[in-house]
Design a protein around this ligand. Structure first.
Ligand code: 5GP
Ligand code: SF4
Ligand code: MG
Length: 456
């Protein structure tokens, strides 16, 4: 999911949020929503669809307030329904609290039972709604906004980057592992919070710093106050860097474009191949393909043209929709491919469905050889922290060896980047990252009940 927030009394906060969400569209295409707070009262609009489909000028004009919180949803828990769209709201004795969540709680069932026992009506089925009700409960029990929020956060286990609006303040926080990103920006003396820096650039805001894992930032008209509510143990999702976040966003002080190019270079050094052209699977494979081609001195070409008006295929909820989506999405260029030994580079293989279809399309277009290089290690484990990688039995690398996968997708050769290569490219020891979908080392313990839903 994508989250965004701004506190700017007197400014058109909803419109700024609209543009922020527009830049975060890649993080979720199922639903979009914006909530504004005017004093103690909120106004909210959320609907299924893309940001540009959900909001128009008229609607945005009706969303007047001192602060706004926005969300683009990509369903990882709860079904893909209108009722699960965000931001979510709770009404308390101190006024409304609105909240946008990116991530996934692993103790949602338990929290839900506790909340229901206190007669909180949970209309929706998401963990995000539970968080906002936990805050509401603490505040109604007598806490102020900060102590109440911290009390609620301490009941949560899992991945959560949150942007929260309360009367007079915008709050931002990350779980103690900081699995999902959240950045702080400045715009003409105002503060902005966003999942990625690309949402700052689009509104002309300057990146200031990340919200730290286990930190709660409180932004008011007077400025920013930092509250440390848990001991930080940074484990940023490395898949954000490899694939999920936009290449023009910055993490760890460099653009992800640069990181991904380097993944391609290291991959080329590890698993070179003799070929005539290197082509990316656009757009996610492009930076790595550029790095790969440069390292081996093979021409980089576009052999597949992407229709950008089709959503990311994996975000659509059913397999049949997914397959239809793939066909609409990529078209091969026979003029580039015919008679050539082709290396195609992609960022990841998850289910193997996309790759298999593309290989067939390249062969149909007359490729002499088709080799595949993947700029991440094999995805062998499901994610429980907010990226929808299905259950383990759906992951092709969980049940098949690299040779078997090569045969399944129909390539002449296949190689993945090593785990060491992936970590080396970060320029750090690699201890600061969650790598669970490649290694099975889950930094946040997963209750058995949840484990059983996804692990073989
Ligand atoms: P596959 O061959 O596994 O069907 O699709 C791999 C391609 O789709 C890659 O280009 C990757 O960018 C994207 N992709 C497909 N599904 C997922 C998913 O569930 N999670 C992530 N992170 N990427 C996916
Ligand atoms: Fe990211 Fe994979 Fe960890 Fe999930 S399991 S948070 S996708 S690195
Ligand atoms: Mg892709």
């Amino acid at each position: 999911c994508g989250v965004f927030g701004i506190l700017a009394p007197g400014e058109d906060v909803a419109k700024l949020t609209y543009f922020g969400l527009f830049a975060l569209q890649h993080r979720g295409q199922e639903s979009a929503g914006i909530a504004v707070l005017n004093g103690e009262k909120h106004t909210l609009h959320k609907e299924m669809g893309l940001v540009s489909q959900v909001f128009g000028e008229k609607l945005l004009e009706q969303l007047q307030g001192q602060l706004a919180v926005g969300h683009t949803r990509y369903s990882t828990t709860g079904s893909s329904r209108q009722v699960n769209a965000q931001p979510v709201v709770s009404r308390t004795r101190l006024g409304s609290v609105v909240l946008a969540h990116n991530g996934n709680l692993v103790n949602a069932d338990q929290l839900r039972e506790e909340l229901l026992a206190r007669e909180h009506t949970l209309l929706a089925t998401t963990d995000s709604e539970e968080i906002v009700h936990a805050i509401g409960e603490a505040v109604d029990d007598g806490d102020d906004w900060i102590s109440g929020t911290i009390r609620a956060l301490k009941r949560c286990s899992g991945a959560f980057s949150l942007v929260i609006g309360v009367p007079g303040a915008l709050l931002g926080t990350r779980d103690p592992n900081g699995v999902r990103p959240l950045v702080i920006g400045r715009l003409d003396g105002r503060y902005v919070l966003a999942s990625e820096t690309c949402a700052l650039s689009i509104i002309g805001a300057r990146y200031e710093r990340d919200v730290e894992p286990g930190e709660l930032v409180e932004i008011t008209e007077a400025g920013l106050t930092s509250h440390r509510w848990a001991t930080p143990d940074p484990k940023l999702c490395i898949f954000e860097m490899i694939y999920f976040a936009r290449p023009d966003s910055r993490m760890n002080a460099e653009s992800l474009y640069t990181y991904r190019e380097r993944l391609g270079e290291i991959l080329a050094a590890e698993s070179p191949v003799e070929a005539d052209i290197v082509i990316p699977i656009p757009d996610s494979g492009t930076p790595a393909a550029i790095g790969f081609a440069r390292r081996l001195g093979i021409p980089f070409q576009q052999g597949l043209i992407k229709n950008h008006y089709v959503g990311r295929t994996f975000i659509q909820p059913t397999q049949s929709m997914r397959e239809a989506g793939i066909k609409m999405k990529l078209n091969p260029l026979p003029d580039v491919i015919e008679g050539k030994r082709v290396v195609m580079v992609d960022d990841s293989i998850v289910r193997g469905t996309t790759s298999r279809k593309i290989v067939q399309a390249l062969r149909d277009s007359g490729a002499a050889e088709v080799h595949m290089r993947i700029s991440s290690p094999p995805v062998t484990h499901p994610c429980f922290y907010g990226i929808d990688t299905d259950s383990q039995d759906q992951l092709i690398a969980a049940t098949k060896s690299v040779e078997e996968i090569a045969r399944h997708i129909g390539v002449d050769s296949l190689a993945y980047l090593s785990i060491d290569g992936m970590l080396e490219a970060t320029g750090t020891s690699g201890n600061n990252f969650c790598t669970a979908c490649f290694t099975g080392n889950y930094p946040i313990a997963i209750p058995d009940r949840i484990r059983r839903t996804k692990l073989m």
